[in-house]
Design a protein around this ligand. Structure first.
Ligand SMILES: C[S@@+](CC[C@H](N)C(=O)[O-])C[C@H]1O[C@@H](n2cnc3c(N)ncnc32)[C@H](O)[C@@H]1O
Length: 373
């Protein structure tokens, strides 16, 4: 992190408690190793360029760091069952984003992903996407994963971009964005984002909030960080039809307790199935919908028909086999992975008093919301 980021950070959102920085090791203008201290002398570690605001059960073991720098330290294991579930979820993503560091940064990925972002934000093309970010001055991305989107936003926005992730993804994002002077990465729980309330004009959480203990509470926590008139985009999993729900539950029960390594291996046959179905390149026409399974009438690509309605077996030619397999792993392994109905999400927005929002129909198994506060 850069010293200039200090002015924006406020532990637990308390803007009256400024932090001070002590650097142990620097690299250019980045503090690679150091501590942040609050006015009571409590410290937070900066390791590998990233300050970590995690506490209790969520905090990694810092005893070696503390001993190295002669800091008083007692590891707290305080935390609830919800924190324990989040810890298990973090294990999935720490593993995934330590392996797939260039996801979204390769040209073939970007064509697909930014096209999908346009659909999710209700924009026509990449030019409109760049113009959208160019109009923002303080962006917060929660759960950036590899950081490809934080990087794209920082490259196209005249203001500041903050990327926050609870898992080791924060280090991957830092590696991919540290050259950008307007990008800051922190490791933190989005439920306790270390920024003042109402301090962002755009917040984005793409495929993230359903991996927290409570999706609705996560929407509410981030909404507090949005300034009036600001925009908030989030994408959450949509509840799927009965056959797909049955397979999801059955496979997740079998896979989520495996080690990441075992789960990648177990996903391979499903990825092979996705590839084989995709290679067929066949469409079928259903004259009648099948409401009992939630399948609409119309023309369906066979791979997509099976994927959306029966069993998740992702395949996209833009990715190599390992990356396709990782997308299936990402579905089956995380401990927290909630699915919601559109009615449920609209209810949350109503209760927050949000009257201006769009739900973009980007794909059948997700709900893409762009709201204005
Ligand atoms: C499926 S990945 C999505 C990454 C990226 N947004 C993308 O679309 O490729 C979910 C990310 O959310 C992060 N995450 C999960 N729970 C979080 C929380 N409570 N606070 C912050 N980040 C969280 C995970 O560590 C992971 O990097």
């Amino acid at each position: 992190m850069r010293e200039s980021a200090l002015a924006h950070l406020s532990p637990l959102g308390k803007s009256d408690s400024p932090l001070t920085l002590e650097a142990f090791e620097t690299d250019g203008d980045h503090v690679v190793e150091g501590v942040l201290r609050d006015k009571d002398g409590n410290w937070l570690a900066i390791k590998d360029g990233v300050p970590s605001f995690l506490t209790g059960l969520l905090q990694p073991d810092l005893s070696e760091f503390a001993a190295k720098h002669n800091l008083a330290y007692e590891r707290s294991q305080a935390g609830s069952e919800r924190d324990a579930d989040q810890v298990l979820t973090n294990e999935t993503f720490s593993d995934k984003w330590s392996r797939f560091k260039t996801y979204g940064l390769e040209a073939s990925h970007q064509e697909f992903l930014f096209d999908w972002y346009c659909k999710k934000l209700g924009l026509q093309n990449e030019g409109e996407l760049k113009a959208f970010y160019a109009g923002k001055s303080r962006i917060l991305e929660c759960g950036p994963g590899s950081g490809f989107n934080s990087r794209f936003m920082a490259e196209n926005c005249p203001g500041e971009v903050f990327a926050l992730d609870i898992s080791d993804a924060a280090f991957t994002t830092f590696g991919n964005t540290k050259h950008l002077a307007n990008c800051t990465v922190v490791q933190a729980d989005l439920m306790e984002a270390p920024f003042a309330d109402e301090s962002f004009d755009f917040i984005i959480a793409d495929g993230v909030l359903h991996h927290t203990p409570n999706t609705r509470a996560a929407v509410e926590a981030l909404y507090r960080k949005l300034e009036p008139g600001g925009q908030f985009f989030f994408y959450v999993y949509k509840k799927m039809g009965a056959a797909r729900a049955f397979c999801d539950e059955h496979i997740r029960n079998a896979f989520m307790h495996l080690s990441p390594e075992e789960c990648y291996a177990a996903c391979e046959s499903l990825t092979e199935l996705g590839r084989a179905l995709s290679n067929l390149n066949v469409e079928i026409k259903l004259d009648k919908a099948i409401p009992v399974l939630g399948i609409p009438e119309g023309t369906h690509d066979v791979q997509r028909l099976i994927y959306y309605n029966f069993v998740k077996c992702f395949w996209n030619d833009a990715f190599d086999f390992e990356t396709n397999n990782m997308v299936n792993f990402d579905w089956y392994h995380p401990h927290n992975a909630w699915q919601h109905t559109e009615e449920e999400v609209v209810g949350w927005l109503k209760d927050l008093g949000v009257s201006s929002y769009d739900i973009n129909d980007a794909n059948p198994n997700g709900i893409s919301v762009l709201l204005t506060k």
